[in-house]
Design a protein around this ligand. Structure first.
Ligand code: GLN
Length: 193
C-alpha cells in the first residue's frame, strides 16, 4: 500500500479551517500545524490567508522559519495563499512584515486598494483545464518574478496572481473559499511529484 500524503495547514492565524475543510475532500492525511515539531512528518504545508504581519509575528514567535526552510530543502512542498504568499516572498514593496525569502518574487500588499477591497473573477490557471473562480480579499499581487519562477495565472490586465518555483506555490487569491478544489488538487499533485 502506498503511504498517504501528509499535508499540513499552518494554524497560527487566518483561514486555516477552510483549507483543512477543502483538503478533507482528498485522500490525504491533514494536519493542523501549531508548533514546529509537527512539521517533521509533512510532505506539504499551506500558509493560509489572514493578516500577514500577524502571521509572520507568530511564525517568528514559534520559531517556524528555519524549520520550514529545512523541510523545503528535504523536498516538502509549500503553498502560500494571500497573506501566506506575502510571508514566503523574497521581497515586499512595503516595510512590513519581513518576508521569509522562499520564493523568488516581489509582492505588493493590498494591491487593489480601497476602491475594490474584495472581488471575484474567473481566471485561467496553467495546469488546470477549466477556468477557476478566484476570490480576492485585500489581496497582494506579484510585481516581479525571477527567471526560475513560472507564472501560472494573470488577470486580463496582466497582473500576476499565481506563481510556482519548484515545489513552492503562491496565489494571491483564496481557492479555499471558492467552492472549487482544483487548486488544492494542483497542490496535492505538486506535493506528490
Ligand atoms: N491584506 C492582507 C495582508 O496584507 C492579506 C489579506 C488576505 O490574506 N486575505 O496581510
Amino acid at each position: 500500500m502506498v503511504n498517504k500524503l501528509q499535508v499540513g495547514v499552518l494554524a497560527l492565524q487566518g483561514d486555516f479551517a477552510e483549507h483543512i475543510e477543502m483538503l478533507s475532500n482528498f485522500n490525504v492525511d491533514v494536519h493542523k500545524i501549531k508548533n514546529k515539531s509537527q512539521l517533521e512528518k509533512l510532505d506539504g504545508l499551506i500558509i493560509p490567508g489572514g493578516e500577514s504581519t500577524t502571521i509572520k509575528k507568530l511564525i517568528d514567535r514559534y520559531d517556524f522559519e528555519n524549520a520550514i526552510k529545512e523541510k523545503i530543502n528535504q523536498g516538502m512542498s509549500l503553498w502560500g495563499t494571500c497573506a501566506g504568499l506575502i510571508c514566503i516572498a523574497n521581497k515586499l514593496t512595503e516595510k512590513d512584515p519581513m518576508p521569509m525569502g522562499i520564493i523568488d518574487v516581489e509582492v505588493s500588499r493590498n494591491w487593489f486598494g480601497r476602491q475594490v477591497d474584495s472581488f471575484e473573477t474567473n481566471i485561467e490557471f496553467k495546469g488546470i483545464e477549466e477556468n477557476i473562480k478566484a476570490v480576492f480579499i485585500r489581496a497582494p499581487i506579484v510585481t516581479k518574478v525571477k527567471n526560475n519562477v513560472e507564472i501560472l495565472s494573470k488577470l486580463t490586465d496582466g497582473t500576476i496572481v499565481a506563481v510556482k518555483q519548484d515545489k513552492i506555490l503562491g496565489t494571491s487569491f483564496h481557492p479555499e473559499i471558492s467552492g472549487s478544489s482544483k487548486v488544492h488538487e494542483f497542490f496535492i499533485n505538486l506535493t506528490s511529484s
